[in-house]
Design a binder for this molecule. Structure first.
Ligand SMILES: O=C[C@H](O)COP(=O)(O)O
Length: 249
């Protein structure tokens, strides 16, 4: 049985003053029945880990380098994230694929590095609006999934986040049928490639304009094991109701 996961991606938001929001989220959920993961900027990880040491909230990074160390100015290795207190890392987010031209092969290498460092990998995939309108959604996301995940993975430490690019930060959300179509296809592909045990252990998150007002209906969709939340994860007033909706799903 997959444990549900409410994950927050703070993107490039938050300085030390934002630690209060993290503490408020943790305080509101002392014993959650779902997993809670928040991925603040890397600059906050150590302080956040200290502040949330006794809480049920796990911390994650938003990217890592595929190498363990070396001459890669500005980059952060998976082991460094773990050392700073991260338990997970988001990889292949569409903003990194767009802003840094990250390819599926690079995401795959990063995923391998994250798993080797003991982190949980949250691997993001999703189609653009043009691809959806051209009827290419399943081809695109299944292709990204195939090329972004390495072989031989531990399904319990891999999460896949389906995030339609056109739904991120826009207030637009696919229909529940569209979400179900993609998630069912992803589950089928995971089962086919990795077998029943691993393929059914990998959690599938939906991401893209998840808010308190739409979370419950999204969490009722087949093969949706939680959400990767951007803007609404930045404060307890928005993220707590989403966590509670997931607990009740
Ligand atoms: O990683 C999170 C997603 O990009 C969703 O962001 P959003 O909830 O602000 O639309």
């Amino acid at each position: 049985m997959r444990r549900k996961l409410a994950a927050g991606n703070w993107k490039m938001n938050g300085t030390g003053a934002a630690l209060g929001a993290l503490e408020a989220i943790a305080a509101a959920h002392p014993a959650p029945s779902v997993d809670i993961l928040i991925c603040p900027p890397a600059t906050l990880l150590s302080r956040a880990a200290h502040a949330l040491a006794d809480s049920a909230v796990d911390l994650g990074g938003q990217d890592c380098h595929a190498e363990t160390s070396g001459a890669h100015t500005g980059d952060i290795s998976a082991a460094m994230l773990a050392d700073a207190g991260a338990r997970a890392v988001i990889l292949g987010h569409s903003e990194r694929r767009a802003d840094h031209a990250e390819t599926d092969a690079q995401v795959c290498a990063k995923t391998r590095a994250a798993l080797e460092a003991g982190l949980m990998a949250v691997v993001c995939i999703g189609e653009t609006l043009e691809q959806r309108e051209a009827g290419q959604t399943l081809d695109v996301v299944c292709g990204q999934l195939a090329a972004s995940l390495p072989d031989g993975i531990d399904g319990a430490r891999v999460v896949v986040a389906y995030e339609p690019v056109w739904a991120i930060g826009t207030g637009k959300v696919p229909t529940l049928e569209q979400i179900a179509e993609v998630h069912d296809a992803l589950r089928g592909q995971l089962l086919g490639r990795f077998g029943a045990e691993t393929g059914s252990a990998i959690r599938l998150l939906y991401g893209g304009s998840v808010k308190p007002g739409n979370a419950a209906e999204i969490f009722a969709v087949s093969n949706v094991d939680g959400a990767l939340v951007g803007g609404a994860s930045l404060n307890a007033a928005d993220f707590s109701p989403i966590i509670r909706a997931l607990e009740q799903a």
